[in-house]
Ligand binder design. Structure first.
Ligand code: GLA
Length: 404
């Protein structure tokens, strides 16, 4: 469906549910990370792109403080009042920031962002909003960051407010920490807000400084393969990895007192002291140090138009995630193995938090059909699940469009 047709469809759907016309649509993209995995919460580097799949919040401001929501995919409605956010009978990950017990999973992101926006001193207006989109949910393409960013822009627009995008990214990240219980980094929210068509975002996750790097892929394309494996371990194991990294930093501080994160540790220093770390911590930290270096090397390769080298860094990243960081799973490994055995594929790796979700592959245009056929036949034979494949177009970051 083209943008205009999908805008009309959203407008009609809004009319059917709320009986009026929407005022605007806030569209926020999913993302695929090309390299730099599990580095963001270590103050490191990442290189994601925004994809042409979006979460849309189709909305109209209200005169009162009610927020009336309808999520198309969940086929579910949910309402809350901005005036009573934080009231009694509510639970949350952190006690001081309550979410209504009755809130559906998707609703928590909206309650979360509304609460944090209000707590930051902004006065919000209520709204009627329809939530829809085509970012696959729970597939490691950052559907939850897209939902939070889209909802945040909708609240701001409905209330006639503007906000610095870096500050907004941090607020959206806090929703995950404080209302959802995932101690995620800042990558997903930042690429969602700052993505640019045909560019990757080289992001320094400490300073939030970023550079848009042209993706001169020539005859090559980015292909995303979805394992369709639900990421059951994602939250608990994700938080464990983060804790391991912090533990590594605390031990290394005995010899390197000036470090505050793995970002500050260079590989030679690490090699001098790694023996002092428990074996698992050692493996986790080594992976992060190597991956940080790989991001910078991979971007240099891209700028030199050396795509085969970029592909080799992607492969090395996957090996590190599988063997040292241990966040891959058999299904992700099957997909990367199939991809890498095809002539014309330069590199393939898991993308996102891991334990399921998607792989990202850099392939010559002419190899895509073979890749598609082999993944669609061999993956189900080996793991008994039907995968999905998306040819990825790199799009812009989140936008609000008025509906006339
Ligand atoms: C998830 C998190 C990100 C990042 C990736 C792993 O997507 O939300 O912050 O840590 O995992 O790179």
């Amino acid at each position: 469906m083209n943008q205009h047709a999908s805008c009309n469809a959203h407008t009609q759907e809004f009319h059917r549910i709320f009986g009026g016309a929407p005022s605007f649509i806030a569209a926020a993209p999913g993302r695929v990370n090309l390299i730099g995995e599990h580095t963001d919460y270590n103050d490191g580097y990442v290189f994601p792109v925004a994809i042409d799949k979006y979460v849309y919040t189709v909305a109209s401001p209200r005169q009162d403080s009610r927020v009336t929501l309808h999520a198309i995919d969940a086929e579910e409605g949910y309402e809350f009042s901005l005036a009573t956010l934080g009231g009694e009978g509510q639970v949350s990950v952190k006690r001081e920031l309550p979410v209504p017990v009755s809130a559906p999973a998707w609703g928590k992101y909206l309650v979360g962002i509304a609460t944090l926006l209000q707590n930051s001193g902004r006065t919000l207006r209520g709204m009627d909003a329809l939530i829809t989109g085509d970012v696959p949910i729970g597939a490691g393409l950052s559907s939850s960051a897209a939902l939070t960013v889209s909802a945040s822009l909708a609240f701001l627009t409905a209330s006639g407010l503007e906000m610095d995008r870096k500050e907004l990214a941090t607020l959206c990240q806090r929703v995950e920490h404080e209302f959802v219980g995932v101690n995620c980094g800042i990558m997903d929210q930042t690429i969602c807000l700052f993505g640019r068509a045909d560019h990757g975002l080289f992001l320094d996750c400490r300073s939030l400084e970023h550079t848009h790097v042209p993706l001169n892929l020539g005859e090559h394309v980015i292909v995303i393969c979805n394992t369709k494996v639900k990421r059951e371990l994602a939250t608990s194991e994700y938080n464990k990895r983060r804790t391991e990294c912090e533990k590594g930093v605390n031990i290394l501080k005995r010899w390197l007192p000036d470090i505050s994160s793995l970002r500050d540790v260079d590989l030679t220093d690490f090699e001098n002291y790694e023996e002092a770390l428990p074996f698992l911590t050692q493996k986790r930290c080594r992976y992060v140090l190597e991956e940080n270096a790989r991001v910078q090397q991979a971007i240099a390769a891209l700028q030199d138009a050396d795509l085969p080298a970029f592909g080799r860094f992607m492969n090395a990243s996957h090996s590190g995630l599988r063997d040292d960081y241990e966040v891959s799973c058999p299904e992700l490994d099957v997909l990367t193995d199939i991809a890498r055995s095809i002539p014309g594929v330069l590199g393939a790796r898991m993308t996102g938090a891991g334990f399921g979700g998607c792989t990202v592959t850099l392939a010559h245009r002419d190899a895509v059909e073979t890749l598609r056929k082999r993944v669609m036949t061999e993956y189900p034979q080996q793991v008994g699940i039907e995968p999905e494949i998306y040819l990825c177009t790199v799009g812009d970051g989140a936008r609000v469009r008025k509906v006339s």
